[in-house]
Ligand binder design. Structure first.
Ligand code: DQA
Length: 146
C-alpha cells in the first residue's frame, strides 16, 4: 500500500499560471502535481487538491487523518486568517509543511503572520513552485522508505 502525501492548496491557487504571473509565475497547478509526483520517493502517492472554500480544506485535512502520511499545504490567504485550518492541522498527527510560492516576508505586512506556521515542521517561501517539490522530498526523507 502506498503512503499518501496530501498537497493542499487554498483560495485563488486554481488560477496559478494566470493570476499575477510576475509574483506566482506561469506554471499551473497541474505542473505542480506532476513535479510533486516526480519528487516523491517510490511508494509514495500524491493527492493534490485545491479549493477556494475554507471548510473544504478542513474536510481534506480531516480525511488525511485517515490515510495521509503527511500534509504539504499552501493555504493561500487563509494562511494569514484561519485559526480553523490551524485547529484542523493540530488534529493531524503526521508532518506538516507550509509552502508559499512567493516570499511572503518581502510583501505586505499582513502576509508576514501565519497561523499555519504554529503547526508546520517547516516553512518554504519564495522558491516558486519548486517549494512544493522541496517539501515533498523533505517529507519522504523524514518518513523514510515507504
Ligand atoms: C501565497 C501567499 C499568500 O499571501 C497569498 O494570499 C496567496 C499565495 C503564496 O503561495 O505565495 O494566495 O500563499
Amino acid at each position: 500500500m502506498s503512503r499518501t502525501i496530501y498537497v493542499l492548496n487554498g483560495p485563488n491557487l486554481n488560477l496559478l499560471g494566470q493570476r499575477q504571473p510576475e509574483i506566482y509565475g506561469y506554471d499551473t497547478l497541474d505542473t505542480v502535481a506532476e513535479n510533486c509526483r516526480k519528487a516523491a520517493a517510490p511508494g509514495y502517492a500524491i493527492r493534490l487538491e485545491q479549493s477556494n472554500h475554507e471548510g473544504q480544506i478542513i474536510d481534506w485535512i480531516h480525511e488525511a487523518r485517515g490515510d495521509g502520511a503527511a500534509i504539504v499545504i499552501n493555504p493561500g490567504a487563509f494562511t494569514h486568517t484561519s485559526v480553523a485550518i490551524l485547529d484542523a492541522l493540530n488534529a493531524f498527527e503526521g508532518p506538516v509543511f507550509e509552502v508559499h510560492i512567493s516570499n511572503v516576508h518581502k510583501r505586505e505586512s499582513f502576509r508576514h503572520h501565519s497561523y499555519v506556521s504554529l503547526r508546520a515542521e517547516g516553512v518554504i517561501a519564495g522558491l516558486g513552485i519548486e517549494g512544493y517539490e522541496a517539501a515533498v522530498r523533505r517529507v519522504c526523507s523524514l518518513l523514510g522508505p515507504a
